[in-house]
Design a protein around this ligand. Structure first.
Ligand code: TXA
Ligand code: MG
Length: 358
């Protein structure tokens, strides 16, 4: 398949997004592709999405095929305005409270699905995950398409989600009709996903930029076990994606839980030489002095979790291309945005954590 790549930059004027005539015509062409059952990769504020018409089962099938994703793993549908959810799902009062606080933005809400969403898009579930992105390119594309866009992250199944157009090109060239290059994704990790439970509380299925503390100001929040723990054999995942190995680099990733000194001692003792280390800016000097053979990848200052989120998938992809024997990274904390980093990193590491705390 021939993949057209278009670049869209856009601009803002008085808080409104503006696109050039050329950009608008690219967006209209992209929307026409969606409406006729084709696939378009587009940027969002979290990661790039691999989009198709959410009401077209053939488009859903093409998405699963392009990603190499099992078709029992449902797709998030992207809408232009929170109230558009009415066309695809049964909303609740709590949905609108969440929408008022966090939409448009990086929050996905699981609701009971309407018939308009085909079973293929829902991965056979009775529910559908709804998200209203804030990225202006994503919003314009959904608006021009005049239909919800089903979109998983635009990576090949099992590799880190794409946060730059170059990642998308690596994974999706020849597999989709169009790739919209909208630059780097702002946040860099996928959206927070919550399910509204029957008792009016929220179950957090996937942590993201919208934190548990923020959600707790609206409703009681419970964490699904798979957010921080390994699913036990035979245990049913509340979110089908949780049962698949995710974001997995080909070189094994090992998470170190301890001070920088303890980490240095530990890595030094292993005697390994083909290594990559994901590290905080303030530790770079000590690491390059003690472990000169290691390639270092900077995540940002240790306190700057937004920067870690922005860098993580890019750094994992780059480190992985280096074909080292092993990749080390610091274990993130489990609060705030740290919980999203923790969740992605324990999965990328297949839960390999070395405890160096004394
Ligand atoms: O930020 C994001 O959410 C990105 C961008 C493109 O919007 N999308 C994304 O989609 O991360 P995906 O498909 O890579 O991850 C969605 C996760 C999967 O683990 C899937 O199993 C889960 O959401 N999911 C989708 N529909 C669900 C549902 N009805 N109930 C529970 N989990 C659901
Ligand atoms: Mg994904």
């Amino acid at each position: 398949m021939n993949t057209e790549i278009v670049k869209i930059v856009g601009s803002t004027e008085g808080g409104e997004s503006r696109f050039s005539e050329t950009e608008l015509s690219s967006l209209r062409r992209a929307a026409a592709i969606i409406r006729t059952g084709g696939l378009v990769v587009f940027p969002t504020e979290t990661v790039y999405g691999l989009g198709g018409d959410a009401t077209n089962p053939d488009a859903a099938q093409k998405i699963y095929a392009a990603k190499g994703r099992p078709s029992d793993n449902p797709l998030i549908i992207h809408i232009e305005k929170p109230e558009d959810a009415e066309k695809y799902a049964y909303t609740t009062e709590l949905y609108y409270k969440l929408a008022e606080c966090f939409m448009p933005g990086p929050l996905t809400v699981v609701l009971k699905a309407r018939e308009s969403v085909p079973e293929k898009t829902r991965g056979g579930l009775e529910t559908v995950a709804v998200r209203c992105p804030i990225n202006p390119i994503a919003r314009a594309l959904i608006g021009f398409s005049n239909v919800a866009i089903a979109a998983p992250s635009a990576n090949l199944s099992g590799s880190p989600s794409p946060t730059k157009a170059s990642h998308v090109i690596d994974d999706m060239l020849g597999r989709v009709d169009m790739i919209i290059d909208g630059g780097e994704c702002d946040f860099g990790l996928e959206s927070t996903i919550v399910k509204i439970d029957d008792d009016g509380s929220l179950c957090l299925l996937r942590p993201g930029k919208i934190t548990v503390d923020e959600l707790s100001s609206i409703a009681k929040v419970r964490l699904a076990d798979a957010v921080t723990d390994k699913l036990r054999d035979g245990e049913k995942a509340l979110s089908p994606g949780m049962k698949y190995r995710h974001y997995a680099p080909t070189s094994p990733l090992v998470l170190l839980d301890g001070s920088i000194e303890d980490c240095l001692d530990y890595i030094e003792k292993t005697g390994q030489s083909s290594i990559a280390i994901l590290c905080y800016s303030e530790d770079m000097n000590a690491l390059s002095e003690r472990l000169p053979m290691a390639t270092l990848y900077e995540l940002g200052e240790s306190e700057d979790e937004l920067s870690h989120a922005h860098a993580l998938f890019d750094v994992l992809r780059t480190a992985d291309k280096q074909n080292v024997d092993i990749i080390y990274a610091p274990l993130p904390r489990r609060s705030g945005i740290g919980l999203a980093l923790y969740n992605r990193m324990i999965r990328a590491a297949a839960h390999t954590i070395i405890n160096l705390r004394r």
